[in-house]
Design a protein around this ligand. Structure first.
Ligand code: GDP
Length: 173
């Protein structure tokens, strides 16, 4: 049995093509801001936020790829010890949707099977969508992951992504 006072810390990696909103999501969730021209902070590996989930204090450490999204550019250190994953693509970027499967395999390869949420970001831009809902559902089912649609800009569903992951991780402890 775990000690009452023991805090659970979870390393969460955020992957997906460049421009889908990964850094913005981390900023939004950890700092409560959305900045259009946010430039990646060099030297900062992750931001963190503490939440209570299922009666437990959980410290989430959200790791930013810092612009190194190419598969081979992300170092092993980025993935090391990751316990959960956000796999993001953008409503307005077809390539990012099509890359999702490869990202899942990459994470599996580096981390094994860890709780993963597929995030369709930028749903405030649904009028300009280049993916249809059915194919997104199919992808999530094929990858065996929960799908959550978010707008980091409008702060829609961002918190539920991390709540879901934390809850899944706690259930596996
Ligand atoms: P990253 O390369 O995946 O880290 O993506 P960024 O966080 O740098 O975001 C890329 C661009 O998309 C930035 O101009 C963000 O302001 C914008 N962006 C991020 N999330 C959203 C969103 O939910 N809606 C809209 N409209 N723009 C977003």
């Amino acid at each position: 049995m775990r000690e009452e006072e023991l805090e659970v810390a979870l390393k969460v990696v955020i992957v997906g093509n460049g421009g889908v909103g990964k850094s913005s999501m981390i900023q939004r969730y950890c700092k409560g801001v959305f900045t259009k021209d946010y430039k990646k902070t060099i030297g900062v590996d992750f931001l963190e936020r503490q939440i209570e989930v299922d009666g437990e204090d959980v410290r989430l450490m959200l790791w930013d790829t810092a612009g190194q999204e190419e598969f081979d550019a992300i170092t092993k250190a980025y993935y090391r010890g990751a316990q959960a994953c956000v796999l993001a693509f953008s409503t307005t970027d077809r390539d990012s949707f099509e890359a999702a499967h490869s990202w899942k395999l990459k994470v599996e390869n580096e981390c094994g099977e860890i709780p993963t949420v597929i995030v369709q970001n930028k749903i405030d831009l649904l009028d300009h969508s280049v993916v249809n809902p059915e194919e997104v559902e199919l992808l999530a089912r094929a990858l065996g992951c929960k799908l959550i649609r978010t707008s980091v800009k409008e702060d829609l569903n961002v918190a539920s992504v991390f709540r879901h992951l934390a809850s899944k991780c706690l259930a596996e402890l």
